[in-house]
Write a protein that binds this ligand. Structure first.
Ligand SMILES: [Zn+2]
Length: 483
């Protein structure tokens, strides 16, 4: 007599139509009719509860019994009671074929594993099931793409800045807006993370922010009301867990929700945060590096330390860059001086928003000009590479374009951080006392918002080695000129 066991499963999609009692009853009837030997009490799993997850303990126990060659056949109500997904057939058939264990089904064809012919039929069934599985996954991929193209959200809308119904969250929306302004104004992710921590702004899970989280959020097109889609096949494999993309999906449609920022701003953020140089670059560690310009050659100054003079801002002569190497000034008194005059200027009249108001920011215009310059640069490199222009022409051309980009960036960053200034403390004394706690990136953003250009003039009294703040010539932003 064949040794058999019964397997039955309650599934969520059955409702009450097909109880375990009915399944077991039919299996017992089959056992009696065929004269089989039931050697174990029925294995029954309750698959209804979503919280029970993937595990089917009784199924696993039954499989172990098959692996130990304790059974000649398993009796079930139907094939779809036994496996949950078509994709599972291949494994089941391999194991049952290998152990010569048959699967007898009351309501669907038996898988007869004791004979070569039966195993061949089972193999065909398995490959058909596999084909069905891949067709299913193709369908899932197509449906996902169709949803994306229709601008429908992928799952829940709840993320920082948005409520679950897709509306903008009153508290978080403005914080997203502020982070975007600050990054575009040149502040680092690190500095923003520090600031969120100081202000005790939680993530949606109540945790603390980390750099990569902020970065992915800001690069996501969702916050500008756009739908992105990452067509990775592995993402939709029926058994695989969805992979997290790096935040740079392809933008395929306008979303059916409102944006917190504009599509132009998302393009700009992706450009800024996607720049590989940004991750390694630790430039701008000091307050005025790159902001102060040498009055002789009009190139940005570097920071430089030496034993004798301590830290200073210096034009460092580098062949090929056009930097003259002629100017330098002590760094610490310069930092203090610029901090004091800038804060006084901003708080003159009491309200730091005052001068930030009339500035109209056009990020799309910036993006257009910037990509024009980038294209010019690429074309110059291509012509040089093809031998159409010589070294000197290329250097000149390249320097001209780089300079145009720098000036565009300065002009642009000087108009952007309106909300940064709006978020400053209400009074000069508060700002003055908090200054040192701010990250240097934030300090630099404040300076850039107030100063159009900072040029280091030559020494006036030759031979007098005393700090002279009047060498720092400041061009103020609009609204601050009368300081
Ligand atoms: Zn110079």
């Amino acid at each position: 007599m064949l040794r058999v066991a019964i397997y039955a499963r309650i599934s969520a999609d059955d409702g009450t139509a097909l109880g375990v009692g009915r399944q077991v009853e039919d299996c017992l009837e089959r056992i009696t009719k065929d004269g089989l030997d039931l050697v174990h009490e029925p294995y029954v799993d309750n698959d209804v509860s979503a919280t029970s997850g993937k595990r089917r303990p009784q199924f696993e126990a039954l499989i172990e019994s098959v692996e130990r060659h304790e059974l000649d056949a398993v009796v079930c109500y139907a094939g779809d009671r036994f496996v949950r997904r078509l994709g599972e057939w291949a494994d089941v058939i391999e194991l049952f074929g290998g152990t010569r264990t048959s699967l007898l089904c009351c309501q669907s064809p038996d898988l007869e594993m004791a004979t070569a012919n039966g195993r061949m039929v089972a193999g065909v069934l398995a490959s058909m099931a596999a084909g069905e599985t891949s067709r299913l996954s193709e369908r899932v991929v197509r449906e996902k793409l169709a949803r994306a193209r229709a601008g429908k959200p992928n799952g829940s809308m709840r993320s920082f800045g948005y409520n679950a119904d897709g509306s903008i969250n009153d508290v978080e929306g403005p914080i997203v807006r502020e982070m975007v302004d600050r990054v575009i104004a040149g502040e680092s992710i690190r500095s923003i993370v520090l600031d969120l921590e100081l202000r005790k702004v939680p993530t949606i899970k109540g945790g603390t922010w980390r750099g990569p989280t902020v970065r992915v959020m800001l690069m996501s097109a969702k916050i500008s009301g756009q739908r992105e889609h990452t067509p990775k096949p592995s993402q939709f494999a029926p058994t695989g867990t969805p992979k997290r993309s790096n935040g740079l999906g392809q933008i395929v449609a306008d979303g059916i929700w409102d944006g917190i920022i504009t599509p132009g701003e998302t393009a700009r953020l992706r450009e800024i945060l996607g720049d590989p140089a940004r991750r390694t670059q630790r430039g701008g560690r000091y307050l005025l590096t790159g902001i102060m310009i040498c009055g002789s050659c009009m190139k940005p100054m570097n920071s430089h330390s030496d034993q004798r003079d301590g830290r200073k801002y210096q034009c460092i002569k580098i062949p090929g860059t056009g930097k003259c190497g002629r100017r330098s000034i002590a760094a610490e008194p310069s930092d203090a001086f610029i901090r004091d005059v800038v804060l006084s200027a901003i708080y003159q009249g009491g309200n730091p928003r005052r001068f930030a108001q009339p500035v109209v920011v056009s990020i799309d215009a910036y993006a257009a000009q910037r990509s024009g310059l980038d294209a010019e640069r690429k074309s110059a490199a291509a012509r040089y590479g093809a031998g159409a222009i010589d070294d000197d022409t290329f250097d000149t051309e390249n320097a001209r374009i780089k300079d145009a980009i720098r000036r565009l960036d300065v002009r642009y960053s000087s108009t952007a951080p309106t909300s940064l200034l709006g978020s400053l403390p209400r009074s000069l004394s508060a700002a003055r006392s908090q200054w040192d706690e701010w990250h240097v990136d934030k300090q630099r953003s404040v300076l850039r918002a107030a100063i159009q250009e900072l040029v280091l003039l030559p020494r006036r009294h030759v031979g007098v080695n005393r700090y002279d703040a009047t060498r720092l010539q400041i061009s103020w932003q609009r609204g601050l000129e009368n300081v």
